[in-house]
Design a protein around this ligand. Sequence first.
Ligand code: AKB
Length: 320
Amino acid sequence: MKNVLIIGSTGQIGSELTMKLRNDIPEGSIVAGFIKGAEPKGELLESGPAEEVDVRDGARIAWIVDRYRIDTIYNLAALLSAVAERKPLAAWDIQMNGLLSILEVAREKGCAVFTPSSIGSFGPLTPHDGTPQDTIQRPLSMYGVTKVATELLSDYYFHKYGVDTRAVRFPGLISYETLPGGGTTDYAVEIFYAAVKGEEFVCPIGAGTFMDMMYMSDALKAATDIMNADPSRLVHRNAFNVTAMSFDPEILYHKIRERIPGFRMRYEVDPVRQAIANSWPDRMDDSCAREEWGWKPSFGLDEMVDDMILKLRLKFGYKM
Ligand code: AKB
């Protein structure tokens, strides 16, 4: 991996992945792909090339691949689970037609492709505790439908055309740089913003709802380690279960209160997000990722909570 195109570079994952790749591969061209209205700013704009690109525009993607001799494409353009339920046709269009245009360019020009899947690719029939790598995937949400189709189409292009497609199934991602938007797990980020600002948090997900989660630095490590992995060791490709922790809103609330004693939370459950969360795993088994490419997260729950509070206080300029 040397010259990389990140489609969706201004989103929650893309903004940090682009900067990590620019630091890790200073000799490469790391191109920040963005859509109109979500232009990169500040360091992201100044530290390397940026190109406007709609994920569905294969001709434009091919032009960027030629111009920068791109060898790897990170496809991070997606509508997250809750917003995809409100806009199912747009979610299908972006997720599926976008993926197809990228895979076609990759087939013609020999690029590797990473398109993340998610805990959203599972459904109510999936075993929820210790969810295996290979198991039932019958999601009920449009987001989940597109994630299962993404896994299948990515595997298809690998088996039929030899396109080097690899991916992970991300859990909820927790980060302090860029807010997520429209996901079911967003509460686990938003709660920190409220706590650090001294505001009450209204939680849209009910007590007792466990979901897998991961701190962003581990997610970036997963996204790059899988693409750098020795292909001869990969039994699976699209996509690996990866997790770092599992908690419900109560556990997270109490962990934050241990550090910010005055913090308050109350529940106002959003039925759409709650139904999605109920259908997702409580805790995935990620042993295949550990065995096939050495996956191992660095941040557990306590380390993540400490770091989130510290980084948000610094971000808002609060005295320590
Ligand atoms: C969402 O909640 O939609 C995402 C995901 C788990 O894929 N964060």
